[in-house]
Design a protein around this ligand. Structure first.
Ligand code: HEM
Length: 163
């Protein structure tokens, strides 16, 4: 295995595979609440980058639903972290934010979509990843749509499936 690039040591705690320990909760004012399972993969190839893939499934039907993948970079010499993300819905985004210990708070800085993405369009995304003291990883996602202010869409916790 290749050594982790030293630039990425502040995010070493993310590396590996994470599985939702219990179904995550999805909600939004415009939709019916739902439950989902999700697997996260964080890998590297020695570059000053972490590669990731998130695959979500309906908790009851097991049907594949949301998927996103991308890259994580750190601005050298700072705690500023950037996520470069592509989503299966046709949305791409840049999120940036600050790493404080093992908590990462991100805000979207740029969003773009295919010409035929369904409306209403996402206007803003904000999310928090946190490694809790019990060893679980927690992700909370908020979004704003054209007709809805920033509101929680997702909350889920994961346990480490492998490193
Ligand atoms: C609905 C965005 C992640 C499951 C939606 C809607 C949007 C959206 C814009 C439509 C809301 C409306 O019609 O008013 C996003 C974004 C995500 C994300 C930006 C990531 C940052 C996920 C994940 C799941 C999920 C991880 C897990 C399964 C759903 C479901 C619905 C929905 C089940 C409602 C069913 C439907 O009408 O398609 N999401 N979503 N989403 N999302 Fe997400």
């Amino acid at each position: 295995a290749v050594d982790l690039n030293p630039a990425m040591l502040p995010l070493e705690w993310l590396l590996g595979t994470w599985e939702s320990d219990e179904p995550g909760q999805g909600s939004f004012p415009t939709i019916s609440p739902f439950h989902y399972n999700e697997t996260l993969y964080f890998t590297h190839v020695g570059q000053p980058v972490i590669n990731f893939m998130f695959n979500a499934f309906h908790a009851e039907s097991k049907k594949p639903l949301h998927r996103e993948s991308g890259f994580i970079r750190i601005q050298p010499g700072t705690n500023n972290v950037a996520f470069i993300i592509a989503q299966n819905s046709g949305l791409v985004e840049i999120e940036e934010g600050e790493l404080e210990g093992q908590k990462l708070t991100l805000q979207s800085r740029a969003l773009a979509r295919t010409s035929f993405t369904k409306q209403p369009y996402v206007q803003q995304i904000s999310r928090v990843f946190q490694l809790r003291s019990d060893g679980r990883l927690e992700q909370t996602v908020f979004m704003a749509l054209e007709n809805q202010p920033l509101t929680q869409h997702l909350h889920i916790t994961y346990r480490r499936a492998s490193s």
